[in-house]
Design a protein around this ligand. Structure first.
Ligand code: ZN
Length: 457
């Protein structure tokens, strides 16, 4: 390929003009590569146009679930949909607008948002300030799916592995519109264990019936059409933030006792604190997890497990240590480690080094880059260096965990490629990798590892 100069990359902003010539060569090759997103969520066309405040609320982990939790149940949703008079009354009673302004005010002062605004301004061809970016964005997103598709195609998305267990109650029709709207990028579904538990936990049935229904639903999600009309390519568990250390449970009688305890106290759950609520069904959840992991093992299918990250205020942060997954990676039975394929999610962030070390030690444990990508923005360079210091290139998976707004896919892809190129350049300049090895490493991380793990064609 012809050697480029920094000015050929003007459209990507001032960042590139200051880079090493070797970087430009590596970046040019990596920028052309396709992307598979190993873990993300769908977006819906419910809210194509947004104010800047709403946009920042929807994309920020510090606001998305915390804002409603500051008010009595249902009040925030009522406020969102209310006319001006009702809003005025609710504001007088709960100070809603004032609280949002405080939270979003801080978020808008983060380097992440300041950088995001500059990046989006380049993509949209507008002034680099938040209001101009939102105006340009809203003009494009009126034609919602064409806008979403333009974002995905700009960074060359080819496959998205979508965890349908978090989709804000999207209907089958909304999911179909997403699947169609993102074409030619292909949607592949992942099934979340908690989807089944949510359906079955409220039912007044015996443990035997519960167990039978759980298994039927699990098999339909995996092999049938149980995941919104289609099969699943893999599974996802959200157990770690609820209980911390996950120890597999094979004993049906312990699970039965846990089911009975859940039945006896089910009506008290709304008044329980979160730790007591999760403790109540802990053994049942461990048993469900174990059954699901057995099915994954049988199919040589990976299990993604939520690790690190936040999602305040419902999750318990101290439970999310990546080392709490060691017993799951081992999956010992009868004195043998059975090595199901485990993908700890979100880079274990902020415990990135522990997640990396777990993947280094256990051959069946992989490393996934989402949440950290894109939220640590420019510092992705250092983080990718930290990951690659111990995790083999064949075990690292690009992912975004994009949710709520489509810009998160784009930002992750854009920054993911750029800072991966920067980290790989460091290894080329340092002599650890030659150019071809660096590009092949990027291919593995950006799409090859995902395709081989999920046996995609
Ligand atoms: Zn997720």
């Amino acid at each position: 390929m012809a050697m480029r100069t920094a000015s050929d990359f003007d459209h990507l902003g001032p960042f590139l003009s200051k880079q090493h010539p070797e970087f430009l060569k590596i970046f040019e090759a990596i920028d052309e590569l396709p992307i598979d997103d190993a873990h993300c969520h769908l977006v819906t066309d419910r809210e194509p146009i947004m104010t800047s405040t709403r946009f920042l609320e929807r994309m920020s982990l510090a606001a998305m679930d915390t804002v409603p939790a500051y008010f009595p149940a249902g009040v925030y949703d009522q406020w969102l949909g209310a006319d001006e008079r009702i809003r005025y009354e609710l504001n007088a009673k709960y100070g809603i607008q004032q609280k949002i302004d405080g939270i979003i005010g801080d978020i808008s002062q983060s380097i992440f948002v300041k950088f995001l605004v500059k990046e989006m301004a380049q993509f949209l061809g507008c002034e680099p300030n938040l209001e101009a970016v939102m105006e340009a964005r809203n003009a494009r997103s009126k034609n919602y799916w064409s806008y979403v598709s333009s974002l995905l195609q700009d960074v060359r998305y080819k496959n998205v592995m979508v965890d349908t267990g978090y989709c804000e109650g999207a209907s089958r029709a909304e999911i179909d519109r997403y699947e169609e709207g993102i074409l030619p990028c292909r949607m592949n579904r992942l099934a979340r264990i908690e989807m089944i538990q949510k359906e079955l936990f409220p039912l007044e049935i015996t443990f035997d019936e519960y167990e039978q229904r759980y298994t039927t639903r699990l098999l339909d999600l995996l092999d049938g059409t149980g995941n919104y009309g289609k099969k699943s390519y893999g599974m996802k568990s959200y157990l770690l933030p609820y209980i911390g250390l996950i120890e597999p449970l094979y004993d049906r009688e312990i699970a039965r006792a846990s089911w009975q305890a859940l039945r006896a106290s089910y009506h008290n759950i709304p008044t329980m604190d979160r730790q007591s609520e999760y403790n109540l069904s802990k053994d049942l959840r461990r048993y469900n997890f174990t059954l699901a992991l057995e099915e994954c093992l049988r199919r040589d299918m990976p299990m993604q497990i939520h690790t690190g990250d936040g999602e305040a205020p419902s999750v318990i942060l101290r439970n999310q240590d990546p080392f709490y997954l060691e017993e799951v990676c081992r999956f010992d039975r009868d004195g043998v480690m059975r090595m199901p394929k485990i993908i700890p999610l979100h880079a274990g962030y902020p415990s990135v080094g522990k997640a990396a070390w777990l993947s280094h030690l256990y051959p069946n444990c992989y490393f996934e880059l989402s949440i950290m990508t894109p939220f640590v923005h420019q510092n992705l360079f250092q983080r990718y260096m930290q990951v690659m210091e111990v995790v083999p290139l064949s075990k690292i998976l690009y992912a975004s965990d994009a949710f709520h707004v489509p810009e998160l896919y784009w930002l992750s892809g854009r920054w993911g490629k750029r800072y991966l190129a920067k980290a790989l350049t460091e290894y080329v300049v340092g002599g650890s990798l030659d150019f071809d090895e660096a590009i092949e490493g990027a291919r593995m991380i950006l799409y090859k590892n995902n395709r081989s793990l999920y046996a995609l064609d």
